[in-house]
Design a protein around this ligand. Structure first.
Ligand code: XUL
Ligand code: CO
Length: 448
């Protein structure tokens, strides 16, 4: 069977999915994701910058800890590993065409197979980067980010940059250098580091101080290399508290910030926040986004959800309208995604093994985020919600209070002020239920 036939069998028979509006009867249509609709001065697609995750959409075959593959992807039967990688890339770009979403993301291991040596692995990788570059000339899809898979191979089982063996650190340096070169060559907007094995399974065999030093050195080297090659993208760290390790060092947004501060990298590195990683850390997605915008280092989003009943990383397509609307609200308030985007980082369930399931999944996720974004923009333009917040903190606009915040008074001077003013502050309602009812009316409204 030729490559073309394999690709055609999977996605080429599908028409490109179009926006048809909320009342469309057609299953494979966008109802909310009207890519070219102008919102706050620019098209929706430029706010959301959706990206298809190469790994979950093309490389994942439905295996879980209790069962093997359930998802037949024909490229895995297309000859030797390099031939398979090429057919997979052909299929990938046809999927991007069908979905008509502007970006994609990869790990090195998703687009090219490993060889017997480091040199052979890098050779395969660059051959496939050439192939992907050629594909990108023929399709409009751009690269949101590249990253390195430094967690699947047994070599990384005790850590990537945090490994007790410096040879593994050096292997990682070679891998990331080449992945950054490739990301730059393909015009990527960001380079991501997720520390899947940067943590520990047991503290009993772990020198945490040593490992954190290694991780800080590694990230510093990555930032230096970015400047050396003139890469214009953002360097992003993706927080996650656990899984696969029992404890990961990039626990959550706040932990990443203090780590960056320790190594003087807080102006150089931003965060790629994933919805379910927030949940695993005991937070909400909107909490993590609000933390990043408060600290001024929001980079990009992975929008997959988890399952609160399961508590592990199920990587499902998003469907929580409330949480996504409030997340988008904080994104817009924080200045938008700029060079970042919304990477799905989601996979279909193992029973959803048809190509059509994959298309439905992306449509649902894109529609949910689009609707959430439209509501968030409407909330901000309307101004009533912001006014509730502004009123709550209005006291801090008074000159004396503003001077306190600017550091013009010492603790004893403020104590003297409190005595002089002699005001006994009265409790005020936090209005939570009022706010919830107001937001529910806006979020579940069908007027757009
Ligand atoms: C793992 C995860 C990764 C990163 C990239 O939980 O989210 O897919 O996004 O390595
Ligand atoms: Co992710």
């Amino acid at each position: 069977m030729s490559n073309t036939v394999l690709t055609e069998t999977v996605f080429s028979t599908f028409d490109t999915v179009k926006y048809e509006g909320p009342s469309s009867e057609k299953a494979l249509a966008y109802r909310w994701y009207d890519a070219n609709r102008i919102v706050m001065g620019k098209p929706l697609k430029e706010h959301l910058r959706f990206a298809v995750a190469y790994w979950h959409s093309l490389a994942m075959q439905g295996g879980d800890p209790f069962g093997s593959s359930t998802i037949p992807r024909p490229w895995f039967e297309a000859g030797d590993p390099m031939a398979q990688a090429k057919v997979k890339a052909d299929a990938a770009f046809e999927l991007f065409r069908v979905l008509d979403l502007p970006f994609f993301c990869w790990h090195d291991a998703d687009i090219a197979p490993a060889g017997d040596t480091l040199a052979a692995t890098l050779k395969n990788f660059h051959t496939m980067v050439d192939y992907v570059e050629e594909k990108m000339r023929n399709y409009p899809t751009k690269l949101l980010w590249g990253t390195a898979n430094m967690f699947s191979h047994p070599r990384f089982m005790a850590g990537a940059s945090t490994n007790p063996d410096p040879e593994v650190f050096a292997w990682c340096a070679a891998t990331v250098k080449n992945c950054m070169d490739a990301t730059q060559r393909l015009g990527g907007s960001n380079y991501v580091l997720w520390g899947g094995r940067e943590g520990y399974e047991t503290l009993l065999n772990t020198n945490m101080k040593q490992e954190l030093q290694q991780m800080g050195r590694f990230l510093t080297l990555v930032v230096d290399y970015k400047h050396k090659i003139g890469f214009k993208g953002q360097i992003l760290v993706e927080p996650k508290p656990k899984e696969p390790t029992a404890h990961q060092y990039d626990f959550d947004v706040a932990t990443v910030y203090s780590f960056l501060k320790q190594f003087g990298l807080e102006k150089e590195v931003r965060v790629n926040i994933e919805a379910n990683h927030a949940l695993l850390a005991g937070h909400t997605f909107e909490h993590e986004i609000a933390t990043a915008t408060a600290l001024g280092f929001l980079g990009s989003l992975d929008i997959n959800r988890g399952d609160a009943l399961l508590g592990w990383d199920t990587d499902q397509f998003p469907n929580d309208l409330w949480s996504m609307t409030m997340s988008m609200y904080h994104v817009i308030k924080g200045g938008g995604l700029t060079q970042g985007g919304c990477n799905f980082d989601a996979k279909v369930r193992r029973q959803s093994f048809t190509p059509e399931d994959l298309i439905h999944a992306h449509i649902g996720g894109a529609d949910l985020c689009a609707r959430a974004f439209l509501t968030a923009a409407k909330l901000i333009e309307d101004g009533r919600y912001d006014k509730i917040l502004a009123d709550r903190y209005a006291g801090w606009k008074k000159p004396e209070a503003a001077a306190i915040l600017e550091g013009k008074y010492s603790l004893d001077e403020i104590a003297a002020l409190a005595l002089k003013n002699n005001i006994d502050p009265k409790p005020r309602s936090g209005k939570q239920e009022q706010i919830e009812n107001f937001l529910a009316r806006e979020i579940y409204s069908d007027k757009f």
